[in-house]
Design a protein around this ligand. Structure first.
Ligand code: F6P
Length: 340
């Protein structure tokens, strides 16, 4: 068989582990040929690729990013490119395996619905893909954010400041919830649960009244105030249809400083959460996903995606994976709140 691999959308730690695993399983387990497309769907659309053999993936297990490169493609370009892609896949004799998060899996579904042999692998630091318990990249991002929060606590305490730490998470607050719990943040705000600025101010204010000298608020980038409770700038949308944000940490710090009369500063962790070496957990999950994706290709299970269910890897339809987002349930938020 001949397999094509691509990595698309926002990168995440563990992508190289998946590429390596796919190549190892395909080459040594099945004597397949593997090629890798450069820069995501763009590489498939433009037929820009290179051969991936065992040498090509040597030493990449622990490396962050993706050796194949990634890119975002506008949905309309993808739709227009279906026929071209079909031509390339036929010419090259391929069973393509995309790797991707929410946006990439939507693209994978589009290609799959148009008859292309696709097997998906879910990846995103956001952990917001339904039908898989966890996506790789999430554990690494939570670790990076937790370490940053631990460090920020000591400087916040020295300077008696309120630090509002913005972590990634456009639609869901998984990174905020987990890193906030792990680091013992004093408040967590997530997109799933618009916050009331008066309640938030009261919570932080009570902490200061109790004699504490600093506070840490973790805010997912997509968090918003409850309507009408605070003036709030929302950004527009970018060319890929993604919401742009006007900066929750910046806006919250201005508001909290004014309401509390305490110095408040925004800290934006940004892409540092996505870069660098994956944790052992993410390397293992990514390696298992890659192995199972190759097996699914050999069983002809196209239009499916690998997923973690409990401790096992299963295949689920791409259609199910893109239907809804996995949001933070109220119960999980409540658990975090009691320990804040
Ligand atoms: O979807 C993963 C993610 O890291 C989000 O958490 C974040 O909002 C987005 O990608 C950032 O994307 P970009 O690097 O294209 O700005």
């Amino acid at each position: 068989m001949r397999l094509g691999v691509l990595t698309s959308g926002g990168d995440c730690p563990g992508l190289n582990a998946v590429i390596r695993s796919i190549v190892h399983r395909a080459v040594t387990g099945h004597s397949d040929d593997v090629i890798g497309f450069h820069d995501g769907w763009k590489g498939l659309l433009e037929c820009d690729y290179r051969k991936l053999d065992l040498d090509a993936v040597s030493g990449i297990l622990a490396r962050g990013g993706t050796i194949l490169g990634s890119s975002r493609v506008r949905p309309e370009h993808l739709r227009d490119g279906v026929e071209r892609t079909r031509g390339h896949v036929a010419e090259l004799g391929l069973d393509a395996i995309p790797i991707g998060g929410e946006g990439t899996l939507k693209a994978a579904r589009l290609m799959s619905d148009n008859g292309l042999p696709i097997v998906g692998v879910p990846k995103t630091i956001d952990n917001d893909i339904a039908v898989t318990d966890v996506t790789f990249g999430f554990d690494t991002a939570v670790g990076v954010a937790t370490e940053a929060l631990d460090r920020l606590k000591t400087t916040a305490e020295s300077h008696q400041r309120v630090l509002i730490v913005e972590v990634m998470g456009r639609h869901t607050g998984w990174i905020a919830l987990h890193s906030g719990m792990a680091a013992g943040a004093h408040a967590i705000v997530v997109p799933e649960r618009p916050f009331d600025i008066a309640e938030l101010t009261q919570r932080i204010g009570e902490r200061f009244s109790a004699g504490k000298k600093f506070a840490i608020v973790v805010a997912a980038e997509g968090a918003k105030p409850r309507e009408g409770t605070m003036e709030f700038d929302t950004g527009g949308t970018d060319v890929y249809g993604h919401e742009r944000f006007a900066g929750i940490a910046r806006q919250l710090s201005l508001e909290l400083e004014e309401r509390l009369g305490k110095e408040a500063r925004p800290v934006i962790l940004g892409h540092v959460q996505r870069g660098g070496t994956p944790t052992a957990y993410d390397r293992v999950l990514a390696t298992r996903f890659g192995w199972h994706a190759v097996e699914a290709v050999h069983r002809g299970e196209f239009g499916q995606m690998t997923a973690l269910l409990g401790t096992g890897i299963v295949m689920v339809p791409l259609a199910e994976a893109v239907e809804t987002l996995k949001t933070v349930p109220q119960g999980r938020y409540a658990e975090a709140e009691t320990v804040l």
